[in-house]
Design a protein around this ligand. Structure first.
Ligand SMILES: Cc1cc2nc3c(=O)[nH]c(=O)nc-3n(C[C@H](O)[C@H](O)[C@H](O)COP(=O)(O)OP(=O)(O)OC[C@H]3O[C@@H](n4cnc5c(N)ncnc54)[C@H](O)[C@@H]3O)c2cc1C
Ligand code: FES
Length: 278
């Protein structure tokens, strides 16, 4: 059992949890993830390790309540326990010999962009963190992101805070304004990552994306997380989740991610308050 040491609501739908998981904390690196199962009836759900504390033996996850399984997790409180947490899974992000990097996060993707920016900042890299949200009221981790970036660019679609526009517009403005990025790292909704790649491609800037296909076992056996990269089959759980974004077939990923839309319709039990898929 994995005890929840801390729970914090970052906005109406995004929750931070610090979990007691000493063996995972010992080995975790930026870019890796865990798979949890709330209880013996639970689905296996992947979430990125947003932070870890090796001395305390804890990991932090930041997740958006979307459907049944994330709602079940969000219902737990400090002191409660999660049945299984497996990890660290996936290949840790490899940082090349880089001087200036733009880390682009979209929505809850900022929770994953944050540890990437933190790792690069610690290495002495000049980091432009471009964080996009629909509006001011759902902005998360603003102070934390500002603290681990050289230049922090908060963007909102409606202009209610920071730059008025999409992260791709901000990124293009920075590149056209003379910013020399050795690499761009994009993490967020699949369409956002696709358009970040379309933005950087004409400039020839290497762009890494963190893919979020449907995962089941997380060990390369079930094939659920199959993606096509450079025309070849890859399994995001063991070959990724980071890939060269200019080579990813995003349209296939979007199609595969919507395969179970009907089954994912959550059922909230009025008797127990529990949530299970219909
Ligand atoms: C490597 C990886 C890291 C991730 N990190 C985070 C994170 O740090 N924070 C966060 O909020 N979300 C993260 N996600 C997405 C998260 O796993 C889904 O939001 C979650 O599975 C939704 O489950 P649900 O039952 O609540 O929703 P559902 O209603 O069942 O599904 C909603 C959507 O979530 C996705 N999804 C559902 N089941 C899975 C599954 N088994 N594997 C992957 N995606 C699924 C699908 O796109 C689906 O359409 C990550 C996904 C991957 C693959
Ligand atoms: S999740 Fe099963 S192969 Fe990757």
């Amino acid at each position: 059992m994995y005890k929840i040491l801390k729970k914090k609501q970052l906005n109406d739908s995004i929750t931070l949890m610090e979990i007691d998981a000493p063996f995972i904390a010992k080995k975790a690196l930026a870019g890796q993830f865990i798979i949890y199962r709330v209880d013996e009836h639970g689905e296996r759900i992947p979430l990125t390790i947003a932070d870890y504390d090796r001395e305390k033996g804890s990991i932090t996850i930041i997740f958006q309540t979307i459907g049944a399984s994330t709602k079940e997790l969000a219902m737990l409180n400090e002191g409660d326990s999660i049945l299984d947490v497996v990890g660290p899974l996936g290949v840790a992000t490899e940082y090349g010999n880089v001087k200036r990097v733009a880390v682009v996060g979209g929505g809850v993707g900022c929770a994953i962009a944050y540890p990437q920016a933190k790792a690069l900042h610690k290495m002495g890299v000049e980091v432009d963190l471009i964080a996009g949200f629909r509006s001011k009221d759902i902005v998360i981790l603003e102070d934390e992101m500002a603290a681990v970036s050289t230049h922090f660019h908060l963007c909102t679609d409606d202009g209610s805070a920071g730059y008025h526009g999409f992260v791709t517009n901000k990124l293009k403005e920075l590149i056209d304004g003379g910013a020399k990025f050795d690499e761009v790292i994009a993490i967020g909704p699949v369409p956002m990552m696709k358009f970040v790649c379309k933005t950087t491609e004409p400039y020839g800037i290497k762009t890494i994306v963190s893919l979020n296909p449907i995962m089941v076992d997380g060990t390369g056996m079930c094939g659920g997380c199959r993606v096509t990269v450079d025309g070849k089959i890859r399994y995001a759980c063991v070959d990724g989740p980071d890939f060269d974004g200019h080579k990813v077939d995003f349209d296939e990923l979007m199609r595969r991610n919507s395969t179970y839309k009907e089954q994912e319709k959550a059922h909230l039990c009025r008797l127990t308050g529990g949530v299970r898929n219909a």
